[in-house]
Design a binder for this molecule. Structure first.
Ligand SMILES: [Zn+2]
Length: 979
C-alpha cells in the first residue's frame, strides 16, 4: 500500500501503484446486511475457548540434513499466528557453527514482532555474512541522495562466485544476438548460471522484505537441503536488501517514534503509518522512475541490471492479502515479449502450486496488475528481455500483530476471499496477521521461485537470447524500420534529452551522414535515426510509438496509459515504414549528446527567439543580474521573426555565450535595441507549498526545480498559518496534492497527534527535507485565510492539478467550477489549443500543442469568463463562436491520422506534423471526450490584486512531460507581468 497517511483519494485519481490502492479498492462497497444485535447473545458470558492443541513436532524430514538452530522452531511457531500460515520450507532456521544467523547478529528472529531493523543493521548483517561465508559477497551498488549505501549481495556456490566474471560474460553475450549465434547461445545456456535479482525495501512502509532477505540469504548460504544446493549450484542470486535506504531509516524511526506500542486497531493505525517522506524527493513513485531514471536508487538498479543481465528481476512489495504473484491480466506492454508474458505466468502458477502443496491459503495470480506501463523499477528487465516481476505479500506496515478484515477487499471486481481460477484457495474473511506470517509467505515463495529458476536454468538463459534475436529479426523484416528526428527543433535541448534517454535504456541511436529522402520529404544530415534492427527494438518501439490502450478493457489501468517520449518531450519526428532507411549513410552516436548553441552576429544586444525552450529558466539564472526583457508581441530584427516572449538581453557577450553553449540556445547579436513593447524578466521570491498528507508531487516539483538551480523555500501548514505571506513571497507554487478540499485543509486527524517530524539525535533521518513539530491538523481555515490574503494582496498562486481543489472548492476563486459529466483521462497526451498567444503563460508554445493529463479535476467557467482560459483541451469552439459560424459552416470532423493515412504511408506523421493533427488524444486513452473537449486547460484568474493560475493537468508529472514544464516556468519568469 502506498501508505501516504491515508487521506481518502479523490475519486479517479489514478495514482495506482504497485501496492497502490486500486480502483477496485475505491469502488463503493456494497451495502452490507443490516446488523442485528442479539442482546441476549451479547450479554451472555463468552464461552471458554479451549487451549489450542500443541502443534505436532516438526518431522525431521523437513530439515535434514540440516540441524535446526536451537529455539528457532519454537520461535517461528510462536510468532506465526496460525499453523496454516507456516510453510515447512521456512519452519526452522538452519544451524551453523561458522556463519552467523540473523538471530545471532540482531538478537532476535527475522520477522519477530515489534522490531524493525535500520539500514545499518541490515547492511551490518550482510557484511557479517560475507565475512563468514565464501558463498556470499557484498558490493556497493550506489549511494542514495542522502548518502546511504545501496548494497548488492551475491549468493551462490563458492566456485560460481570465483568464476563470476565468466558467468557475467555469458549473460552479456546472450544479451547480444548480433555477437552470439543460435548455436553459441545453446552452448552458453548450458554452461551459464541463471542470475536472479531480488529487490527489497523499495516502498518504505512495506517493511517486511529487508527482514526476510536476511534470513533467506543466511538459509541459502548455510543450508544443505538438496533444493538449496540446487539453487546455489545453478543460480547466482543477487539481493538488494534495502533499495530505498533513506526511506527505510525514516520508516523505522517513525515506527519507533510514533507507532510502536500504540494501542490502535489496524484501520486506525493505517491513518498515521507512514513518515511524510520516504526518499529525499520521491515517495511511492520511487517505483515510477523506470523511464526517467532520475533517482539514485533507479540508477543503482539499472547499473546492476547492466552489470549482470539477470534473467529475472523480482521486486518484493506488500499490500494485498495474502500473496499476489504478478502475471498481469493484460493489456500488456508491447516491450514485453510474448515469451516474457508466458514466463510471468509459468513462474506464478508454479509458485502458487508449490505453496498450496505446503498448505498455504491465499496465494493468487492474474487479477491485480495489468502489465501495460513500462516504467516500473523492474521494467528495466522486462524492457530488455529479462523477466521483471513482483510479489505483493500482506504487510501490516508496522511490526505489530493485527486483526485484519478482508471482507471488503476487491480486485478486478471480485472479493479477494472468493474462489477464482487464479485464486483457488482464498483466505478467510478475517485473519490475525503478524510480521512473521509475512516473512514466512515471502520467503517460502521466493524459495520456490529460485527453485524454478534453478530447475529451468538453461531454458531461461536461452529464452533471454531468443527474445533479443527475435526483436532484431523483426526490426529487419517488418515496419516500422526506424524513427527520424531532425535538427531544427523548437528546443534543441529536448531533442538531446530524447537521444540521451534512449541511450540510457541502451537503445542505439545513429546520425545521418547525408540527407535522406523519401517521397517528398528530406531529412538533413545530422538527423538522429533510431533503427529498429537492434536487440532492444521492442523497447524502442514502445517508447517512440503512440499508445492505444484498448477502449474495451474491462479493468481500469494500473498506471498511466501513455508514455510516448517524443510527445512527452515535445520533439518532432517521423516513423519510417520504408526499409531503405536502414541503408542510408549514418554513424552511431556514442555517448551523451549536447545541444548546440551559440551567438551569431555583432552587437551589444542579444536576441533569443522563444520557441518554448525548457532551459530558459536556467538561462535566466546563468545571466544573473543582467537585464533581460521579454517582447510582449511578435517583432522582426535583421530578417529574423521573433514570437511573443522572445528575449532581449543586455549582458556581456562571454556570459551570453556561456548560457548559449551550456543550454543549446541560439542568440543573435544586434546593434540596436528593437522597438517592441516589452517587460523585465525577473524572478520571484518563490515558495513551494506541500501538505503533510501528500508530499509526492511536491517532491517531483522540488526535483524539477533543483535541476534548474532555482531557489525556493519549501513551506507547509505552519508557514501558512504564520501569515505575512505577501511580505515573504511573490509566488506560491502548490504542486498536485491528493485529497478532497477537507483533506487539503484539515490534514491528518489531530486526535492522532502530535506527530513530530523533526530531526533529533534519536531520529536523525527525520526533519528532512523539512520539519514540523506536529504534522497533524493541516493548514486549517487560518492557513487558507492567509493564502487568500496573499493572493488578494497581489501574490500569484499556482495550483497544479488537484491542488486546484483547494482554490475552487474553497471559493478562493469565484468564477470557476468543476466540470460536470463523466470522463476518464488516465495519464494520456492530450491536444491543447492556445487561446491567448500573447499571454506570458503561453510564451513559446505552438498554437496547437499537447499536454500530459492524468485523472485530476477538470475545471469549467461561464461564457463570460472564457477570457480567463489561456489554453483549452481539444479544438472545440465555445457555443458563442459556434453560433456565429453556424450558418453554412460545418464543424470539422475528427480526423484519425491512421485511418486517413491508410496503409500507404511511408513516413507517417507520428508524432510529427502535430499541427495538422486534430485529434483530442495523441497517445493513450480518454473516455468522455465530449466532456473534456473545449474545457479550459490553464486558467489565469484575477483575485483582488493577485492571480490564481489553475492547471487542469499536472505540468510537473514525474519529470516525464518536459514539454509541459514551461507552462510553470513561464509563470515564474513573468509573474509580475501577467496582463
Ligand atoms: Zn509497494
Amino acid at each position: 500500500m502506498p501508505s501516504s497517511l491515508r487521506v481518502p483519494f479523490a475519486a479517479l485519481t489514478l495514482t495506482l501503484a504497485l501496492g497502490g490502492p486500486t480502483l477496485a479498492q475505491m469502488e463503493p462497497v456494497p451495502a452490507s446486511e443490516p446488523v442485528v444485535l442479539d442482546m441476549e447473545e451479547t450479554a451472555a458470558p463468552a464461552p471458554e475457548v479451549p487451549p489450542a492443541p500443541a502443534p505436532p513436532p516438526l518431522d525431521p524430514g523437513v530439515w535434514e540434513p540440516d540441524r535446526p538452530e536451537a529455539g528457532s522452531i519454537e520461535q517461528i511457531r510462536e510468532h506465526t499466528t496460525a499453523p496454516e500460515f507456516l510453510p515447512e520450507s521456512v519452519a526452522y532456521v538452519p544451524d551453523s557453527e561458522t556463519v552467523p544467523s540473523p538471530t545471532k547478529v540482531l538478537g532476535h528472529l527475522a520477522g519477530a514482532p515489534d522490531v524493525l531493523s535500520k539500514v545499518s543493521q541490515v547492511h551490518g548483517y550482510f557484511r557479517a555474512l560475507d565475512a563468514a561465508s565464501d558463498r556470499v559477497q557484498v558490493r556497493v551498488a550506489g549511494t542514495s541522495e542522502e548518502g546511504r549505501e545501496i548494497l548488492l549481495v551475491l549468493i551462490s556456490d563458492a566456485a560460481n562466485l570465483a568464476d563470476l566474471d565468466r558467468y557475467r560474460e555469458i549473460t552479456a553475450r546472450l544479451a547480444d544476438p548480433r555477437a552470439t549465434s543460435r548455436e553459441d547461445a545453446r552452448r552458453l545456456s548450458r554452461e551459464g548460471k541463471v542470475f536472479y535479482h531480488l529487490t527489497g525495501g523499495l516502498h518504505s512502509t512495506e517493511t517486511g522484505s529487508p527482514e526476510m532477505l536476511m534470513e533467506l540469504a543466511y538459509r541459502l548460504a548455510v543450508s544443505e537441503r538438496p533444493e538449496i544446493q540446487a539453487i546455489r549450484e545453478n543460480a547466482i542470486v543477487l539481493v538488494t536488501p534495502v533499495t530505498e535506504p533513506d526511506g527505510r531509516d525514516r520508516m523505522v524511526e517513525w515506527y519507533d517514534r510514533h507507532l510502536k506500542g500504540k494501542d490502535l486497531p489496524y484501520e486506525e493505525l493505517a491513518q498515521i503509518d507512514s513518515p511524510p517522506y520516504w526518499g529525499h524527493y520521491v515517495f511511492h513513485d520511487n517505483n515510477r522512475d523506470g523511464l526517467q531514471i532520475t533517482q539514485a536508487l533507479t540508477r543503482a538498479i539499472h547499473d546492476t541490471y547492466w552489470s549482470f543481465h539477470p534473467q529475472v528481476m523480482h521486486d518484493l512489495h506488500e499490500s494485498v492479502p495474502l500473496l499476489y504473484i504478478s502475471t498481469g491480466h493484460g493489456p500488456y506492454s508491447r516491450a514485453a515479449d510474448p515469451v516474457t508474458i508466458a514466463e510471468w505466468t509459468q513462474l506464478g502458477v508454479y509458485e502458487a502450486g508449490a505453496l498450496a502443496a505446503q498448505g498455504l491459503p491465499g496465494v493468487w495470480t492474474w487479477g491485480f496488475w495489468d502489465g501495460w506501463w513500462p516504467g516500473y523499477m523492474v521494467s528495466v528487465a522486462t524492457n530488455h528481455h529479462g523477466v521483471g516481476r513482483f510479489y505483493e505479500t500482506f504487510g501490516n506496515t508496522s511490526a505489530g500483530t493485527f486483526d485484519r478484515d478482508l471482507s471488503d477487499d476487491k480486485y478486478t471486481g471480485k472479493p479477494v476471499t472468493d474462489v477464482q481460477w487464479y485464486r483457488p484457495w482464498p483466505p478467510e474473511k478475517k485473519v490475525r496477521w503478524s510480521l512473521r506470517n509475512n516473512t514466512n509467505y515471502m520467503q517460502a515463495a521466493v524459495l520456490e521461485a529460485l527453485k524454478y529458476a534453478a530447475l529451468h536454468r538453461s531454458e531461461l538463459l536461452e529464452s533471454f537470447w531468443t527474445k533479443g534475436a527475435r526483436a532484431l529479426e523483426k526490426g529487419k523484416s517488418e515496419a516500422p524500420y526506424a524513427w527520424i528526428f531532425p535538427p531544427g527543433q523548437r528546443d534543441a535541448g529536448r531533442l538531446a534529452h530524447l537521444v540521451n534517454q534512449l541511450q540510457a535504456h541502451r537503445i542505439e541511436v545513429h546520425r545521418l551522414l547525408e540527407p535522406f529522402t523519401l517521397k517528398q520529404q528530406t531529412w538533413p544530415a545530422g538527423s538522429y535515426v533510431v533503427r529498429m534492427d537492434q536487440p532492444y527494438r521492442n523497447a524502442a518501439v514502445t517508447f517512440l510509438e503512440e499508445q492505444k490502450f484498448p477502449a474495451d478493457e474491462p479493468n481500469p489501468p494500473y498506471d498511466d496509459v501513455a508514455w510516448t517520449f517524443p510527445l512527452l518531450y515535445g520533439v518532432e519526428g517521423a516513423k519510417i515504414d520504408d526499409r531503405s532507411i536502414q541503408g542510408a549513410a549514418m554513424e552511431p552516436v556514442t555517448g551523451a549528446v549536447k545541444p548546440l548553441g551559440g551567438v551569431t552576429g555583432v552587437g551589444e544586444i542579444f536576441l533569443l527567439q522563444d520557441t518554448g525552450q525548457t532551459s530558459l529558466l536556467e538561462a535566466r539564472l546563468i545571466l544573473g543580474g543582467h537585464q533581460i526583457d521579454a517582447a510582449e508581441v511578435a517583432f522582426e530584427a535583421e530578417g529574423i521573426a521573433y514570437p511573443p516572449g522572445s528575449w532581449i538581453v543586455q549582458a556581456p557577450r562571454e556570459l551570453v555565450e556561456q548560457a548559449a553553449t551550456r543550454l543549446g540556445l541560439t542568440f543573435a547579436a544586434v546593434a540596436a535595441m528593437p522597438e517592441v513593447r516589452r517587460h523585465l524578466v525577473d524572478l520571484p521570491r518563490l515558495a513551494l507549498l506541500h501538505t503533510w498528507t501528500s508530499t509526492q508531487d511536491a517532491g517531483w516539483a522540488r526535483y524539477t526545480l533543483d535541476q534548474t538551480g532555482l531557489r525556493y523555500e519549501l513551506i507547509s501548514d505552519a508557514d501558512l498559518r504564520r501569515g505575512g505571506l505577501s511580505g515573504r513571497f511573490d509566488v506560491i507554487l502548490f504542486p498536485n496534492a491528493r485529497g478532497s478540499f477537507s483533506d487539503l485543509v484539515h490534514g491528518i486527524d489531530p486526535k492522532y497527534g502530535p506527530l513530530a517530524y523533526t530531526r533529533t539525535e534519536e531520529y536523525p533521518s527525520h526533519g528532512i527535507p523539512n520539519a514540523a513539530d506536529d504534522i497533524t491538523g493541516g493548514m486549517g481555515f487560518e492557513g487558507l485565510l492567509e493564502l487568500q490574503r496573499f493572493v488578494r494582496e497581489g501574490g500569484v498562486l499556482l495550483a497544479l492539478a488537484n491542488a486546484g481543489t483547494l482554490v475552487v472548492d474553497g471559493g478562493l476563486v469565484r468564477d470557476v467550477s468543476r466540470a460536470s459529466g463523466s470522463f476518464n483521462t488516465p495519464g494520456s497526451e492530450v491536444r491543447v489549443q492556445v487561446l491567448r498567444p500573447e499571454h506570458p503563460l503561453a510564451y513559446g508554445a505552438p498554437e496547437l500543442d499537447s499536454v500530459f493529463r492524468g485523472n485530476g479535476p477538470l475545471w469549467d467557467v461561464d461564457k463570460k469568463d472564457r477570457g480567463f482560459a489561456v489554453l483549452q483541451f481539444g479544438l472545440k469552439k465555445d457555443d458563442a463562436e459556434k453560433e456565429k459560424e453556424a450558418e453554412g459552416a460545418i464543424e470539422e470532423e475528427e480526423i484519425d491520422l491512421e485511418d486517413a493515412a491508410g496503409g500507404e504511408t511511408v513516413a507517417e506523421s507520428e508524432p510529427g506534423s502535430r499541427k495538422e493533427d486534430r485529434r483530442l488524444v495523441l497517445s493513450g486513452h480518454v473516455q468522455g471526450r465530449s466532456v473534456v473537449e473545449g474545457k479550459p486547460a490553464l486558467l489565469d484568474v484575477p483575485v483582488g490584486q493577485g492571480r490564481v493560475l489553475l492547471y487542469a493537468f499536472n505540468p510537473l508529472h514525474r519529470y516525464l512531460n518536459l514539454s509541459d514544464f514551461r507552462f510553470v516556468y513561464n509563470a515564474l519568469l513573468h509573474w509580475n507581468d501577467l496582463p
